[in-house]
Design a protein around this ligand. Sequence first.
Ligand SMILES: N[C@@H](CCC(=O)N[C@@H](CS)C(=O)NCC(=O)O)C(=O)O
Length: 195
Amino acid sequence: MKLTFSPASPFARKVRIAAIELGLIDKIEFVPATVAPGTANDEYSKITPLKKLPVLILDHGDVILDSYVIVEYLNEIGGGRLIPGYGPRRWKLKTDHSLLNGMLDSMLLCRYEKMVRPQGSLWQAWYDDHWNRAWAGMARFENGPTCWKDLRSTSRRSASSACWATPISASPIAAGARPIPSSTPSTSACKSGRR
Ligand SMILES: N[C@@H](CCC(=O)N[C@@H](CS)C(=O)NCC(=O)O)C(=O)O
């Protein structure tokens, strides 16, 4: 099978880690691809209309996307060691995976905002909001989900005041979260060959 990838893509890197963990890395041929928002790529659109990488192309031609589903597929053909088949650990793990993917989405959007968006049209509040989501996600992985525990023990506070309506900087989720960096860290451009 073939995986479209870029060395700079965090999504492709995640799939590679899963493949290594499952002992499948030698069964995958890595095909470099270049994708970027605002750039037509008719050849790649034939593989996936979303024009995103990674995509897994099976030997008989079927295409599996996106990275979340590819990891699940690899887990299945690799003996299921990474993702439990049922029970609370399964749903915790899938939720963690969704959270991670959302964080990568947010960081990539920030990267594109700085790298690809025409100069002068940067939306700073949107950019800051996405960085905050990424940092809050890291705090969640670090500290665990405090939000629902707080909701149960804080009887007089409504759900919205305890969690969703709280500014992220004051939210329990963000306790321990670092501030938004003033300059963009070296998040990938997801172009082949760039790091
Ligand atoms: N949800 C997708 C996201 C993949 C993604 O955003 N990949 C980036 C490269 S790191 C991409 O293809 N960007 C091109 C674009 O957004 O036009 C996944 O999990 O695979």
